[in-house]
Design a protein around this ligand. Structure first.
Ligand code: ADP
Ligand code: MG
Length: 341
């Protein structure tokens, strides 16, 4: 076969294979976009575990009419402009792929109204070339993204979808992570028209109140609290004690620079600390915030940004492990404290 350029929709569908694994991945990308747009209120409506519809409405900055088409194109982003920007990523997104990928495997409609624009406009993609059609719409300040019939045109992917219940659990998990990383944002989650979760925004740094809302008051009441800074690294964490051990990993939340992830190195360091102090076999529960200079960490490792790479991974691992050890075994500790903030 002769070499030929793939039509845009097909190219985007191939890229979607990496980013859009299931409905929860769509929810994650859309939530991250809303947060990057400075939204303080986000409402999510899910139908049939996200198989049928995922609709997100935010009150963020919006997208001007002339940029709607770009927002849906691949490799178009407002978040980085040069290679140097990649070294210092402060936004959650930067690859400019999510909307193009999602819209290539669903029926996506993007509606937006920036405050300074009088009228709202909406855009969707059509056909092999993914040509964008823009038309006037009614919408308050902010953005709505409506994603219907996910994977309708990619049966191979659709086959891998689990039950409505399982897919919705994954969505809930994503929403919890976002709720924990952004306490000041109000998040509302509905499934098949029924309210499931409502996390009212609390003041910017009121993590305990938000953690109580997401994980439970009992967890926070019994957790050991640590706050430590060392060589430009910062930990703020709530560590479940022996009574809070669980048989699954459903209460393990870790964040790197405000980005929720299951980073292997961090999880390993925390587990190792628990094991050395408590000799546990079951799963510890924790909510763990780790901050480090963005120069020291590469987030461009995985298209869905599930992993990061630390420049000084040994240093990070040992710092985390020691901090958790000292907090769990305060009798040997020099800097852990059990007091809550
Ligand atoms: P990325 O987030 O990597 O830039 P996306 O495909 O997710 O790429 O989004 C493309 C662009 O569309 C963003 O850079 C942003 O400018 C704009 N955008 C997407 N979602 C929103 C939103 N909810 N509010 C405002 N702008 C948005
Ligand atoms: Mg994005």
């Amino acid at each position: 076969m002769a070499i030929q350029l793939l039509p845009p929709r097909l190219a985007n569908q191939i890229a979607a294979g990496e980013v859009v694994e299931r409905p929860a991945s769509v929810v994650k990308e859309l939530l991250e976009n809303s947060l990057d747009a400075g939204a303080t209120k986000i409402e999510l409506d899910i139908e049939k575990g996200g198989h049928k519809r995922i609709r997100l409405r935010d009150n963020g900055a919006g997208i001007v009419k002339d940029e709607l088409e770009l927002a849906l194109s691949r490799h178009a982003t407002s978040k980085i402009a040069t290679l140097n920007d990649l070294d210092r990523i402060l936004s959650l997104g930067f690859r400019g792929e999510a909307l193009a990928s999602i819209s290539s495997v669903s029926r996506l409609v993007l509606t937006s109204k920036p405050v300074a624009q009088e009228q709202a406009w909406q855009a969707c993609c059509e056909g092999r070339e993914m040509s964008v059609v823009v038309s006037p719409a009614a919408h308050p300040d902010g953005t709505t993204i409506d994603v219907a019939d996910l994977f309708y045109n990619t049966p191979a992917r659709r086959k891998f979808l689990r039950t409505e219940k399982t897919e919705f659990q994954h969505i809930e998990d994503v929403v919890k992570r976002i709720a924990l990383s952004h306490p000041h944002v109000t998040c509302v989650l509905r499934h098949n028209g029924k309210p499931v979760k409502r996390f009212p925004g609390v003041s910017q740094d009121n993590y305990p109140q938000r953690i109580a809302a997401v994980v439970g008051q009992r967890f926070i009441d019994n957790a050991v609290y640590i706050a430590i800074e060392h060589q430009g690294m910062k930990i703020q964490a709530w560590l479940g004690n022996e009574n809070a051990m669980r048989s699954s990993t459903d209460c393990q939340f870790s964040f790197v620079n405000g980005r929720g992830m299951r980073d292997k190195l961090i999880l390993h360091a925390i587990r190792q600390a628990y094991e050395s102090v408590l000799g546990v076999l079951e799963q510890p529960s924790f909510v763990f915030y780790f901050d480090i200079d963005p120069y020291e960490v590469d987030v461009n490792v995985h298209p869905a940004k599930h992993e990061v790479r630390f420049q000084q991974s040994r240093l990070v691992h040992d710092f985390i492990c020691k901090a958790v050890c000292d907090a769990l075994a305060p009798e040997h500790s020099d800097f852990a404290e059990k007091a809550r903030p």
